[in-house]
Design a protein around this ligand. Sequence first.
Ligand code: ADP
Ligand code: MG
Length: 638
Amino acid sequence: MGNIQVLDLQTAQSIAAGEVVERPASVIKELCENSLDAGADRLSLYIEQGGKKSIRVTDNGSGMSAEDAIMAFEEHATSKIRQITDLDELITLGFRGEALPTIAAVAKVTLQTRRPEDAVGTRVVIEGGKLIERGEVHCNAGTTLEVRDLFYNTPARFKFLKKDQTEAQRITEVVQEIALARPDVSLFLEYEGKEVLHTPGDNQLLSAIYAVFGQQLAKAMVPLLPRQDSMVHATGYLCLPEEARKSRNWQMFYVNGRPIKSPLLTRALEDGYKSTMMTGRFPAAVLQLWLPMNLVDVNVHPRKLEVRFWNESEVYRAVYEQVQNSLFTALRPPELSSPDPEQTALTADDNPSSSTVSAEPSLSAKSSPEKTPSPFTQAPDKSYLRFDLDGYAARMAEPARNYKTADEFPAAEKASETAPVQLSFTSEEAPAADDREATLQSLRRARFAGELFRTYLLFEDGDRILLIDQHAAHEKVLFEEAVQDYQKNQRIRSQMLLEPVRMEISPSDEFFIEEHRDFLEACGFQVDFFGPAVVLVRAVPIGREVLDPAKALRYLLDDAAANGIEQVKGETDLIYHMLATSSCKSAVKAHDRLQALEVEALRERLLELDNPFHCPHGRPVIVSIRRYDLEKMFKRIV
Ligand code: ADP
Ligand code: MG
């Protein structure tokens, strides 16, 4: 007998299974797609142990006849196409007729199904590809498919699966993707007896966004304005720049209703935000691209979610322009006609380069469409268009944080950007080493002479004046104290909040928190689950006097999502990063008026630092001006 043999059917099927079904999340995707293809508008999913133990999907779709219930498990059996040319007009999601047989080959599957017109339903049990049971059953109209013990007969594949939490997270992502693609369908996801996601199915994309991303982000979402006279156009929602995230996890793209990954669309979206977005921030968006089927090739690979556009530049332009116009419309502050001098001043002196943004968004200024009501929500809630000018300006003024460790914080290179218009004297933004000591001596002795613009503290000593940026100074103090404390204890000390703070989280946050609780605690957070999609923040890193606990945790979650927890866990980058961020957030701001005692306390604490001259973001804290330079200005000396 030769070496080459035809594999028995079951072996062949289990090998093929790897193609379609590589993990629980892909099983769920296939099952949900089948339910949607069957016209269901209500799907319930119950998952246990990362989907390895059990996956159950129940729908209210068309159901199957007794005959079809068996046929469905035959290879290449499909009700969706009859011949190859049907592919051109394909509107259903599946068509290969391989999902059910391949799943049934590597798991224990129970199908219960009934068509509305039938009196009784059909129950079929298949294990490892073998028909075990077949009979009648009384059940609701629709279909329930239960998949237990995935890969029980293919140990090699089973070993390939990740931890339950990780698989659960992927499942959540898949379900979120579907939820956002189909706001007309009510999706319910329960994991180990706990509700993870529930969308209303009211055909409002914003409702689905609310369920998936949470209230805070949903409120900061603006609709994409329509694009006229184009074969290619996008619909969906974008977040305001102020709610931008630190990772791309909050970007969902669809082409003709299918979730996809596309560098082209990512670029078009992000370019549309340019000049409103800090580096290192990414817009959250749910973006649906619509174009004629023959202009796109979706099935480059059935599993890879990749697409090929026939006219890439047209697609790019459509999305880019729509994003720009929609943001422009949303960002145009309503009070533009009577600018508040207070706010204008804040923007201007916090960061001169950003002042244009708040006064007149530099987004496609050429077209300035009237604020049209959203075509995608009836009676749009105006609060979605709310634009917090103050917060926005402050955020825009923050420099990018892409440094690595405390030592690598950019030195004075930012100084020139934020320094006031150069006068005829030379300010000493970064004193030379020999002069540092002199500056500190001066600061120790100096008389507090008052504040300027509610931003700078003015000190006078002998033949020099010192200007201190109160925000930068306080930030530096908080940062250094936090770092010292961290180095001593190898964890960020925690401080209980008097009142726990409620915070909304996404399902993937939820898994993250569950899995990395130790890490969060090392970072000083204590978090408890509180009903679906909500946590209570009970403790925050110490020293964050005015810190918004929810925001700080959001930063940490997004950071870890962006940088990968495994990578950052052992290192201190994230810790420093977070300390710097939270120090900045909690520091007094420009325009907070400090009491004399607070000024003194700030001076004391500054003087205790090794390097009080630059804030963690590299901006100068202390600027020293010599009397000599002043006198030259006044021509007292020539
Ligand atoms: P495909 O979806 O590619 O046709 P599948 O193996 O996923 O192949 O499904 C085989 C067939 O089983 C489908 O064509 C459909 O007729 C039927 N089927 C599967 N799931 C359902 C469901 N939830 N409701 C009704 N029919 C279903
Ligand atoms: Mg299918």
